[in-house]
Ligand binder design. Sequence first.
Ligand code: SAH
Ligand code: SF4
Length: 392
Amino acid sequence: MSDQRPGLSGLPPHELDEWLAARDEPAWRARQIADALWTGGGVTDAAAIVTLPAGLRGSLGAFARLDTVGDTETQVTDGGLTEKALHRLDDGVLIESVLMHYPATRASRERHTLCLSSQAGCAVGCPFCATGELGFGRDLETAEILDQARYAARRLAAEGKRLTNIVFMGMGEPLLNLDRVLAAVEALSDPRRFGLGARHITVSTSGVVPGIRRLTALGPQFTLAVSLHAARDALRDVLVPLNRRWPVAEVVGAARDHAAATGRRISYEVTMIGGVNDTPEDADALAELLRGDHAHVNLIPMNPVAHTPWTASPMPVIESIAATLRAAGIETTIRRNRGQEVGAACGQLAAQRAGELPAPAVARRRERLVMASAAALRGERSDEPVPAGVGE
Ligand code: SAH
Ligand code: SF4
């Protein structure tokens, strides 16, 4: 039986005010609780809020959970530059977050970026993604999203450091859990709570068009990143199966409208898969698609994932695609992967824990993907259905 108490970090401030008022507590107690919950990543136990009277500490602890990711294992890699956290939630579900440290360079200050999860598993099912292979588990609660950030902030605070950036690029499709993601972003950017500027928050989507349109109506909340991976529908149908519901033109159309309405540049991500989406035709199609847009492209070498037949494109190929895009006037960067040895493409640790598939199932999956990508490269569109749970 899972714990029914709400996670305190996800509680809207007015609900905490009401809870205090119902106990005849002065309104300023809310400030004491918020300070304890958010400063330096905050406390994980009501008993540690020493500014509160003992009775109130007890009733706060009985009312709400001060931490929803208390059961966490951390692995450090890349000589200390990458910290991967595997969080076991209250109902036993496993999710991941990755903290990446970027030392200062001559051009930029030191940064500490957290990649966090919005769902356990994912319904979209991109075949190169470990989370996609797990399938959909459940949406995360707002507190479960925020407590990943508080966990990372505490690790940094112990060394006198602060989180500088948050990216929703861990497990799950944030725009399919949009209410909770928006509530979490509100808390993250609220100066009285987590206090990170909205410009330092990026949410990545595989292309949920109604979600993008909803964000556009709300106005700028954060940087929007779109996982494109292919400019041609036949190939994108295979690499991002919800393309069968919202094809490339609709996704890029919605992203363009978003950029125009908010004045914020769109970031496009392209995971580079050797022999699949790195042909000269793909590079030209991408350049034509995005020519003249207020956009930035990130080319990311594919992280090796078990159960796929694919590996990263060779670096010279990625560099020549970057050159094609730049020649079309599109700002392009090549992103290096982090933490490969602990499986930092989010979802890999959880997938390993989910257990190994029998060898014949792995062989069938690989064969199916080879056939599907080969057909897509010939321009044939797949007749596979839209994945369940992604297109209302
Ligand atoms: N569901 C959202 C956000 C989480 S995935 C989305 O798809 O945008 C975050 C990014 O990691 C996406 O761009 C995704 O395509 C990429 N990714 C997933 N598996 C990867 C892998 N094996 N190698 C490199 N990038 C990967
Ligand atoms: Fe889901 Fe994103 Fe992985 Fe695709 S890449 S399966 S949308 S988490």
